[in-house]
Design a protein around this ligand. Structure first.
Ligand code: MN
Length: 498
């Protein structure tokens, strides 16, 4: 489900023909070596492809247009080994449409004190060549990532790696298709939004289907397929009957297995990667999809509850950005549920009615079957667990009427202080940075929603870079946030993004 294209990134080195063939041969040799070494680190999630040195307007323009046309190219990384007069880049940059990184590095790590002479200076000019190039990109107001440092430094390579994930998010954003099988929950404001503008800005297609069409797909799933999946559930998860009859319990679980298979088939057939539901609009479905949605999210589908298509698309986007990540800790939709306001233990219990992605779980995962106390359907089966500790980000994309704003909050996830045996839903618990009080105040001032797209595996910078690439406002709530400063950020956004 999370398979995307076999993306690659092009490494383009800038120079000019003023220095003679010998120098240009060394430039090519150096950049090839850098590309080889970077590929060998095992840190980059996508392959770097070396391209011949860009020395003329024509070649620069041609290369950028080839990058545009190559479906597997997710971005170009540029570096000026020598001085490359930046006017030669104008046409190419004007025509280029994919993510751009400016890697400000140099071949040698240390100044060669004993041997440095004018030949060396002519050949190794990144320090000023990259400034010339950076100027034109800034003058042209082109969004790009600048990474500074020696190419052998793992920290620097890590920055390239995380930008690659952002770039793939930018490329894949326009392939996200959200299926709405229910409209927005009545009267709820923050989950609403302008779907046309979302398609213009982010490339998302958001389409509605009658809930009974997907319910038919569920009804068409055979008993044997359903039972096979139930067996898989019973192997994989703990069964917490809590006094219910085992056979009756299993029937409730089977309803979710049938929904999982029916939904997945319907989504695949119609080519959607994210879905929204609504507990108040279930048509012929016997239960609110709980366990079924949790499993689909685990497979990489985006999800938003109560018709929240913005969160569904964001969860899908963040799943793409973390795809294949080693030791990933998980990405899910969450909802601010209730507070602990005891001094020194402040935090927000995160949960939802049912639909939390098991990728964020730590420890055993159980199936429970409990009344929903909302809507009019059977007691739905759901996966129950607690979540991992550690840093994460909570994001909320809101529609302010004239524009979108992405709110990004660094949060510290903690173990629940005590077990909550009567709470039949999966949970996370976090303290927003910089602290509970400032974090929640800033979130509310920014207009952040109660639903969030959350990940342990993405940084605020990655999401901010994605927002910048989409041309929307991003605001950060983190360790450095003060309410005065944050209000100024919001004021600047009102002016800049009008
Ligand atoms: Mn909700």
């Amino acid at each position: 489900m999370l398979q995307t294209k076999n993306y690659k990134f092009w490494f383009c080195t800038g120079s000019q023909d003023l220095y003679g063939d010998e120098c240009l041969a060394k430039v090519a040799q150096h950049s090839k070596q850098i590309v080889d070494e970077l590929n060998k680190t095992g840190i980059l999630p996508y392959e770097l492809v070396w391209k011949p040195t860009l020395i003329t307007n024509e070649l620069i323009r041609k290369t950028f247009n080839e990058a545009n046309a190559d479906e597997e190219c997710a971005g170009v990384i540029t570096w000026m080994h020598t001085f490359s007069p930046a006017k030669s880049w104008i046409l190419g940059l004007q025509e280029y449409r994919k993510p751009l990184m400016h890697f400000h590095t140099q071949f040698n790590e240390e100044i060669p004190y004993d041997s440095i002479d004018m030949d060396f200076m002519n050949e190794n000019q990144s320090a000023h060549g990259d400034r010339e190039y950076g100027h034109i990109v800034s003058r042209m107001r082109i969004e790009r990532k600048v990474v500074v440092g020696h190419w052998s430094d793992p920290v620097v390579v890590g920055k390239i790696a995380s930008w690659m994930r952002t770039a793939v998010g930018i490329m894949e954003s326009s392939h996200i298709r959200v299926m709405r099988v229910a409209d927005n929950m009545r009267n709820v404001a923050v989950t609403e939004g302008d779907k046309v503008e979302a398609q213009i800005k982010f490339g998302w297609e958001v389409d509605a289907y009658p809930v009974n069409e997907i319910a038919e797909s569920v009804a068409d799933v055979s008993m044997s397929d359903t039972n096979a999946l139930v067996d898989e559930y019973y192997d994989k998860y703990e069964i917490l009957l809590e006094g219910r009859d085992p056979e009756e319990f299993k029937k409730h679980v089977a309803v979710q297995a049938q929904i999982e298979l029916g939904f997945e088939r319907f989504l695949e057939e119609k080519n959607y990667q994210a879905i929204v539901t609504h507990f108040g609009d279930l048509g012929a479905l016997k239960q609110l999809p709980g366990l079924a949605i949790q499993r689909l999210m685990e497979k990489g589908y985006g999800f938003g509850a109560e018709g929240d298509w913005k969160v569904a698309a964001m969860v899908r986007l963040m799943k793409i950005m973390t795809a294949g990540m080693k030791d990933a800790k998980g990405t899910s939709m969450l909802e601010d549920y209730t507070y602990n306001l005891v001094k020194g233990k402040e935090g927000i219990l995160q949960a939802h009615m049912l639909e939390i992605c098991p990728t964020i779980a730590e420890g055993p995962i159980s199936i429970k079957c409990q009344p929903l106390s909302m809507g009019d359907r059977e007691d739905p089966a759901r996966l129950v667990f607690t979540s991992k500790e550690g840093r994460g980000i909570a994001t909320s994309l809101i529609d302010l009427g004239n524009r979108f704003r992405l709110i990004i909050n660094d949060v510290d996830c903690k173990k629940n202080e005590k077990a909550m045996p009567k709470l039949p839903v999966a949970t996370n618990f976090w303290t927003p940075q910089p602290d509970m009080y400032t974090g929640a105040e800033a979130w509310i001032l920014a207009g952040g929603a109660h639903h969030t797209a959350f990940s342990y595996d993405i940084t605020a910078d990655q999401m901010g870079d994605w927002a910048n690439a989409m041309g929307i406002e991003a605001v950060y709530i983190d360790k450095d946030t003060t309410i005065r400063g944050f209000k100024r950020d919001l004021m600047l956004g009102e002016v800049f993004y009008r």
